[in-house]
Design a protein around this ligand. Sequence first.
Ligand code: FPP
Length: 240
Amino acid sequence: MEKKFENLPKHIAIIMDGNGRWAKQKGLPRTEGHKVGAEVFRKICEYCAEIGVEYVTFYAFSTENWKRSKLEVTAIMNLFRRYLEEMQERYLENEEAGYRIRFLGAREGMPKDLIKLMDTVEEKSADKTRININLAVNYGGRDEIVHSVKDIAARVKQGLIRPEDITEDMISQGLYTAGQPDPDLIIRPSGEYRLSNYLLWQSAYAELYIDDVLWPDYTPADLDRAIEEYGRRNRRFGAV
Ligand code: FPP
């Protein structure tokens, strides 16, 4: 494969924002924005695999998104279900897809049939190596940290470790992203300057890139721009 970028991030994380505004601008229901957003998600996965990105993480549904209307929540879950069914078939029929797919977030609270599909897709894709795709669903960054801290507290209580032995690495290993590198670049389309509870622990040294494009209009050329800008930045990790 021809190298397209001098400095390609190993892990890119994306907040798929702006579906609602996109639909509103077009006089369509919000759910139409999510439908197109799910197509863009597929396209960007393909493009990331093509240019050699090793890890890509998408924010699809937060622990706070349950507060949206029932209609909208159901529409998003249906899009997610369709994607899972498609992926499940693809792994049976098309081994070369090469996507390793994992879901970040709490399984509790998700519809039962989706939990089963999520587990199946994770299992079936576990040996794939072309690209690692993470989809954050029912995900909250603070919730994830609490989850990890509870595990450590339980081990302390059992006398397996002492409080003074707790390390940053132990907290990382209890997160949904255990074993994966931290994101190098976090992209937020739609112009908002916030993380919205996304990858709070993992984003410590990530470069942030805010784009004005709404997610349903997002293209590989927009991703190229973010990667080029990333390549020009000088990451010092606290050093001088
Ligand atoms: C944020 O835009 C988007 C979401 C909360 C949902 C994203 C979900 C998808 C793209 C579909 C999920 C399915 C798959 C297969 C990944 P917003 O609704 O907050 O937009 P707004 O800020 O303009 O209202």
